[in-house]
Design a protein around this ligand. Structure first.
Ligand SMILES: *[C@@H]1O[C@H](CO)[C@@H](O)[C@H](O)[C@H]1NC(C)=O
Ligand SMILES: *[C@@H]1O[C@H](CO)[C@@H](O)[C@H](O)[C@H]1NC(C)=O
Ligand SMILES: *[C@@H]1O[C@H](CO)[C@@H](O)[C@H](O)[C@H]1NC(C)=O
Ligand SMILES: *[C@@H]1O[C@H](CO)[C@@H](O)[C@H](O)[C@H]1NC(C)=O
Ligand SMILES: *[C@@H]1O[C@H](CO)[C@@H](O)[C@H](O)[C@H]1NC(C)=O
Ligand SMILES: *[C@@H]1O[C@H](CO)[C@@H](O)[C@H](O)[C@H]1NC(C)=O
Ligand SMILES: *[C@@H]1O[C@H](CO)[C@@H](O)[C@H](O)[C@H]1NC(C)=O
Ligand SMILES: *[C@@H]1O[C@H](CO)[C@@H](O)[C@H](O)[C@H]1NC(C)=O
Ligand SMILES: *[C@@H]1O[C@H](CO)[C@@H](O)[C@H](O)[C@H]1NC(C)=O
Ligand SMILES: *[C@@H]1O[C@H](CO)[C@@H](O)[C@H](O)[C@H]1NC(C)=O
Ligand SMILES: *[C@@H]1O[C@H](CO)[C@@H](O)[C@H](O)[C@H]1NC(C)=O
Ligand SMILES: *[C@@H]1O[C@H](CO)[C@@H](O)[C@H](O)[C@H]1NC(C)=O
Length: 565
C-alpha cells in the first residue's frame, strides 16, 4: 500500500500548511494474467496485483505520485488516470498513440504526476484496446491535511465500482468485431465491485455485501467502469445525496436514483436511516433506443444492517431501460458548488466555438464478398466526429510528433463544424446511405494557450440515436446547456452561473450538449466517446493546446523512460 514520504524542499513552498501535507506516494502496479472464476467458468484476465477491480490509489490533494507500471501481461498496455488534470504533463496521461507508445510486455514505465486542485473520486484504467474491462480501479483524492469536505464528515467511505464481464477473453471479443467490421459480442454479465450478484448463476455466495450500522452515513465513491452502457443505480428504500461528480463538488442533490455514464465518477452520501434489515442495490442499463443491441442484466449487491435477521433483501424497483425522463432529470438537476475550493467560473466569452456531430458511420470496403466487411451494405461499421473517423498513426504518438516536430503523424485539419449540414438528429436519416459513409483521419485541432473553447456536441441518428459519453482529457469543462433534437442557439437555455464541472458528459440521445473550458493546460489531449468500441471505430480526436508565454505555462520535458513505438 501507499507509503507516503514527506516532500523535500518543503521550506521553499509559501504555504506552510500545504507544505506539511504534501507527500510523495510511490506505488507499483504489477500487470499480469490472473485466472479467476465468475458465473461457474474459470477464465484468464489481465489484472493488476491479482485483483479485479484493481487496487485503489489513495492520495491527498497536493501529493506527488510515482507509479511503476510493470507489464507482465501478454499485451501492449497503457494506463490513463481518468480525470486527473495532469497540468503540463501529457506524458503521464496514457491514451495509446496519442500521448505515448504502449508499454510492451516485459517492460516498465513510471507514471509521475501531481494531484493538484482536485478532490473526490476519479479512477485509473488501461487506455488501449479492450483491456480496461478488467484493468481498472478507483482513485480517491482526499482534501489535504487541515482541510475538510464541504459536507458533513461521513462515518465511512466505500468505493462501488460497476463493471462488465465476458466469458471470453476481451481482446478476442474486440478483435473479432474489428476483423469482420461488425459490433463485438455483448457482455455476459455486469458486476458491482467485481461480483455479478445473486440473480446470476453461481454468484450468490460471492455477492458484494456492505454492512452498515443504523444511523451512520456512508460516502459511496461510485465509478462506472462498464464498457458500453449508461447505468441506472438504485437501492431499495434509500435515497442518495450526490455531493461530487468527476471530482468536482456539486450542490447536494438528493435523489432515489443515480444515472452514471461510462467514465463518470460520483461521490454520494448514503444514510442508513431505514429499519434494520437487508436491502438490494441494483443497476440497470439505460438505453433509450431499441435499435442498438445491449446486454440485459441484473447485477446486484446488498446493504445489510448490523443486527439484520432478514434473509431476503428488499428489491428496488427500477425504471424501464429506455426511461429518458429519469436520465434527463438526473443530469439537469445537478449544479456546481461555486463556494467549493477549486471551483472556477464559466468563461463568459468564447474565443473558439466548435459544432461537432457525433455518431456511427460506415467505412467503404474493397473486394467482392470481403469477409472483413460484414456490416450494413457490405461495409464496415465505424464512428466519427464531424465525419472524421479517427485513427492514430502507430509509428509515433501525437504528443512526441508535436514535441519533436515530426511530420506525417497527424494533421491539424479537424473541422470546426460538420462538413455537410443536414437534419442531424432526425431518425429518418438512420439508414441514409448517402450520409453514412465516413473517412479515416489523423486530424486533430490545435488551439492557442488560454483561449476559451465552446463545444456543441450534436448527436446524429446514424445507425440509431444513442447517448455518447464524451470525455475530454486534461481539463474539466462546464456543462452549460443540453437538450433534445438539433441544437438551436436561439432557444437553448444556458447556465453560465453554476453549471457542473465534469470530465465526461452523456450527450442526450438524439440531442446535444454545450460545454465550455479554458485551454490552459499545454499538451495533447484526447477527446473521445467513452463507449469503448467507439474508440477503435473512430469517435475521437485530440486537442493540441499550445504552450503559453512562459516556462510555467509550457509542456514539461518528456520522461527518459517514455516507451518507444
Ligand atoms: C502490487 O504488487 C507489488 C509486487 O508485485 C507490490 O510491490 C506493490 O506494493 C503492490 N501494490 C499495491 C497497490 O498493492
Ligand atoms: C496469459 O493469458 C493469455 C490469454 O488467456 C495467454 O494467451 C497467455 O499465454 C498467458 N500468458 C502467460 C504468461 O501466462
Ligand atoms: C510536481 O510538483 C513538483 C513540486 O512542485 C515539481 O517539482 C514537479 O516538476 C511536478 N511534477 C510534474 C510531473 O508536473
Ligand atoms: C461471439 O458470439 C458468437 C455467437 O454466439 C460465437 O460464435 C463467438 O465465438 C463469440 N466470440 C467470442 C470471441 O467469444
Ligand atoms: C443458469 O443456469 C440454468 C440451469 O443450468 C440455465 O438454464 C440458465 O441459462 C443459466 N442462466 C444464465 C444467465 O447463465
Ligand atoms: C433479471 O431478473 C428478473 C427477475 O428479477 C428476471 O425476470 C429476468 O429474466 C432476469 N434477466 C436476466 C437477463 O437474467
Ligand atoms: C421499500 O421498497 C419496496 C419496493 O422496493 C416497497 O414495496 C416498500 O413499500 C418500501 N418500504 C417502505 C417502508 O418504503
Ligand atoms: C429536477 O428536474 C426536474 C425536471 O427535469 C424539475 O422539475 C425539478 O424542479 C428539478 N429539481 C431540482 C432540485 O433542480
Ligand atoms: C477487404 O476490405 C478491407 C478494408 O477496406 C481491405 O483492407 C482489404 O484489403 C479487403 N480485402 C480484400 C480481399 O479485398
Ligand atoms: C462524409 O464524407 C463522405 C465521404 O466524403 C460522404 O460520402 C458522406 O456523405 C459524408 N457524410 C456526412 C454526414 O458528412
Ligand atoms: C488566462 O486568461 C485569464 C482571463 O483572461 C487571465 O486572467 C490569465 O492571466 C491568463 N493566464 C495567462 C497565463 O496568460
Ligand atoms: C428516448 O429518446 C429517443 C430520442 O429522442 C427516442 O428515440 C426514444 O423513443 C425515447 N424513448 C422513450 C421511451 O421515450
Amino acid at each position: 500500500m501507499a507509503s507516503p514520504t514527506f516532500l523535500l524542499g518543503c521550506a521553499l513552498l509559501f504555504l506552510v500548511s500545504s507544505c506539511a501535507s504534501a507527500a510523495i506516494v510511490e506505488e507499483t502496479f504489477h500487470v499480469a494474467n490472473l485466472t479467476i472464476e465468475r458465473l461457474c467458468i474459470q477464465k484468464t484476465i489481465v489484472a493488476i496485483n491479482g485483483s479485479y477491480p484493481g487496487p485503489v490509489l489513495r492520495v491527498r490533494e497536493g501529493d506527488s505520485v510515482i507509479l511503476h507500471v510493470v507489464n507482465d501481461s501478454p499485451y501492449d498496455l497503457t494506463i490513463h488516470w481518468h480525470g486527473l488534470i495532469q497540468f503540463r504533463n501529457s506524458w503521464a496521461d496514457g491514451p495509446d498513440y496519442v500521448t505515448q507508445c504502449p508499454i510492451k510486455p516485459g517492460n516498465t514505465y513510471i507514471y509521475r504526476f501531481n494531484v493538484t486542485s482536485q478532490e473526490g473520486t476519479l479512477w485509473w484504467h488501461a487506455h488501449i484496446s479492450y483491456l480496461r474491462a478488467t484493468v481498472h480501479g478507483a482513485i480517491i483524492i482526499r482534501p489535504r491535511k487541515g482541510r475538510t469536505y464541504p459536507f458533513p464528515k461521513p462515518d465511512k467511505e466505500v468505493p462501488i465500482i460497476f463493471g462488465e464481464w465476458w466469458y471470453s477473453n476481451v481482446e478476442d471479443i474486440v478483435n473479432e468485431g474489428q476483423a469482420y467490421g461488425v459490433p463485438p459480442n455483448l457482455s455476459d454479465a455486469f458486476t458491482i465491485n467485481g461480483q455479478p450478484g445473486d440473480l446470476y448463476n453461481c454468484s450468490a455466495n460471492s455477492m458484494y455485501k456492505l454492512q452498515v450500522k443504523q444511523g451512520k452515513t456512508y460516502l459511496l465513491r461510485l465509478v462506472n467502469a462498464v464498457m458500453q452502457s449508461i447505468l441506472f443505480f438504485k437501492m431499495a428504500n434509500h435515497s442518495f445525496t450526490v455531493v461530487a461528480v468527476d471530482a468536482s463538488y456539486v450542490n447536494p442533490y438528493t435523489t432515489d436514483i443515480i444515472t452514471i455514464t461510462p467514465g463518470q465518477t460520483m461521490d454520494v452520501l448514503l444514510k442508513a436511516d431505514q429499519p434494520i434489515g437487508s436491502y438490494y442495490m441494483r443497476t440497470k442499463v439505460y438505453q433509450g433506443s431499441d435499435l442498438i443491441a445491449f446486454s440485459r442484466q441484473n447485477s446486484t449487491a446488498v446493504i445489510e444492517y448490523i443486527g439484520s435477521k432478514s434473509t431476503t433483501p428488499i428489491m428496488p424497483i427500477l425504471p424501464d431501460h429506455s426511461a429518458n425522463d429519469t436520465a434527463h432529470r438526473f443530469f439537469t438537476n445537478l449544479t456546481g458548488l461555486t463556494t467549493a475550493p477549486f471551483w472556477h467560473p464559466v468563461p463568459q466569452q468564447v474565443d473558439e466555438r466548435l459544432l461537432i456531430t457525433l455518431g456511427l458511420g460506415l467505412l467503404p470496403c474493397e473486394g467482392q464478398g470481403n469477409t472483413s466487411c460484414l456490416g450494413p451494405n457490405g461495409q464496415r461499421i465505424a464512428a466519427s466526429m464531424n465525419n472524421r473517423s479517427f485513427e492514430p498513426s502507430k509509428e509515433l504518438s501525437i504528443l512526441e510528433a508535436y514535441y519533436y516536430n515530426v511530420s506525417d503523424i497527424y494533421t491539424t485539419d479537424f473541422p470546426i463544424e460538420p462538413p455537410v449540414k443536414f437534419d442531424y438528429s432526425n431518425e429518418s436519416n438512420t439508414f441514409n446511405f448517402a450520409l453514412l459513409p465516413t473517412v479515416r483521419s489523423h486530424g486533430v485541432r490545435q488551439i492557442k494557450y488560454n483561449s476559451t473553447v465552446e463545444i456543441i456536441f450534436q448527436n446524429t441518428a446514424f445507425g440509431s440515436v444513442e447517448n455518447h459519453p464524451m470525455h475530454l482529457h486534461g481539463h474539466d469543462f462546464h456543462v452549460i446547456a443540453l437538450g433534445y433534437g438539433n441544437y438551436n442557439p436561439a432557444t437553448a437555455r444556458f447556465n453560465l452561473v453554476n453549471p457542473q464541472l465534469q470530465n465526461t458528459v452523456a450527450v442526450p440521445i438524439g440531442g446535444w450538449t454545450v460545454i465550455r473550458f479554458r485551454a490552459n493546460n499545454p499538451g495533447v489531449w484526447f477527446i473521445h466517446c467513452h463507449l469503448e468500441v467507439h474508440v477503435p471505430w473512430g469517435l475521437a480526436t485530440a486537442f493540441i493546446v499550445e504552450n503559453g508565454p512562459t516556462p510555467e505555462t509550457s509542456l514539461i520535458a518528456p520522461p527518459q523512460d517514455l516507451p518507444k513505438c
